[in-house]
Design a protein around this ligand. Structure first.
Ligand code: NAD
Ligand code: ZN
Length: 348
């Protein structure tokens, strides 16, 4: 089969022929119906180096995947061949306290996890290929009726990550509150929809690209603000001087973190989703009183079930552009150039 493989840090991936995977006991092979091109893959190719994360190349890219069950190993009974499924991407040991909660992103059993803190497409072979081996049946989630694999794929990361972030801040988003989403790309345009579908907050979307602000409006943002000089003042005005109860920074650069800290409302949440390499000096008088600053890493198995439900009910609909597998490098090039609206999804 064909697979798009990253063979070294700071290199471009290559499309190569590799043997078809076969499922061992308890395992599932998925015929890939959609593999999202995430900005994290660009960080993997260009910014990561030995020691950034506790796993390393070579591996097949693609960590947001869905498709159809192609083959099952001994003992697999809860899915059948041909069934559409999403792949829960973070793969932990399955037995530590965090994995038992379904939060496999935070697996504490480093030695027994397939890729500590990683998963399919992050240290272990992912879905930018014709077929994908999923090492445990608990990582495949049957798709609810009405959801196609190509649309479901982005929900497993571009949906799951902001869902995890929004869910964590639900108590701070009553009617009358304000939420700011910085960066309306793959994750951000889904974040806007999740906020609208699950809370009564007023959503303010921020981006540097006019097309991204237009995308945000189409997906329900109440206000849009161009990033840069006047952004903080514009957000202050929209929030009547109060600030934003929740800021989701889907960029994570110095400038966006600083903006988030400036516009957060006292007692609010500033949630760092993007891994843009920026940092934020935190001091007593440097951020508004009692703002919680947190990072977010992907999401849990049960949250994936919930976000797929939002997708199946049409409440959250990722905007996708599809590319054949041999054009995956072009999809990444467009993503790097800021030319993707929503999510680029590779359909082998
Ligand atoms: P994307 O390229 O699709 O979208 C990024 C958006 O941010 C674009 O619309 C771009 O115009 C905008 N942007 C960039 N710099 C900006 C700035 N300075 N001010 C305002 N807007 C700016 O990327 P994506 O796939 O949505 O990923 C977003 C970030 O989230 C990446 O850093 C990615 O690695 C990270 N990510 C984190 C997790 C996690 O678990 N925390 C999961 C997935 C992705
Ligand atoms: Zn990702």
């Amino acid at each position: 089969m064909r697979a798009l493989r990253l063979t070294a840090w700071k290199s471009e991936p290559e499309l190569v022929e590799v043997p078809d995977p076969t499922p061992g006991p308890g395992q599932v092979v998925v015929r890939v119906g959609g593999a999202g091109a995430c900005h994290s893959d660009l960080h993997l190719m260009h910014d990561f180096e030995a020691g950034t994360v506790p796993w390393h190349p070579p591996f097949t890219l693609g960590h947001e995947n869905a498709g159809w069950v192609h083959a099952v190993g001994d003992g697999v009974t809860h899915v059948r061949v041909g069934q559409p499924v999403a792949v829960y991407g973070p793969w932990g040991c399955g037995t530590c306290a965090r994995c038992r909660m379904g939060v496999e992103t935070l697996c504490e059993n480093v030695l027994q996890s397939p890729a500590p803190g990683g998963g399919g497409g992050l240290g272990v072979d992912g879905g930018m290929a014709d077929l994908m081996l999923v090492p445990d049946v608990r990582h495949v989630v049957p798709l609810p009726d009405g959801l196609e694999p190509a649309t479901a794929a982005p929900l497993t990361d571009a949906g799951l990550t902001p869902y995890h972030a929004v869910r964590r801040s639900w108590s701070k988003l009553p009617p009358g509150s304000f939420a700011v989403v910085i960066g309306v790309g793959g994750l951000g345009h889904v974040a806007v929809q999740i906020l609208k579908a699950t809370t009564a907050t007023t959503v303010i979307a921020v981006d540097q690209r006019p097309e991204a602000l237009e995308l945000a409006r189409r997906h329900g943002a109440d206000h849009t603000v161009a990033s840069g000089e006047g952004a903080a003042a514009a957000i202050r005005e929209i929030t009547r001087g109060l600030g934003a109860d929740v800021v989701l920074d889907c960029v994570g650069a110095d400038a966006t973190l600083a903006l988030g800290a400036t516009v957060a409302r006292p007692l609010g949440d500033l949630t760092i989703v993007g891994i843009g390499g920026g940092s934020l000096p935190v001091s007593f008088f440097g951020v508004p009183y009692e703002v919680s600053i947190q990072t977010i890493y992907w999401g849990s198995r049960s949250e994936l079930v919930e976000v797929l439900e939002l997708g199946a009910r049409g409440l959250v609909q990722p905007q996708i552009t599809t590319y054949p597998l041999d054009e995956a490098p072009e999809a990444y090039r467009k993503l790097a150039a800021g030319e993707v609206a929503g999510r680029a999804v590779v359909v082998p």
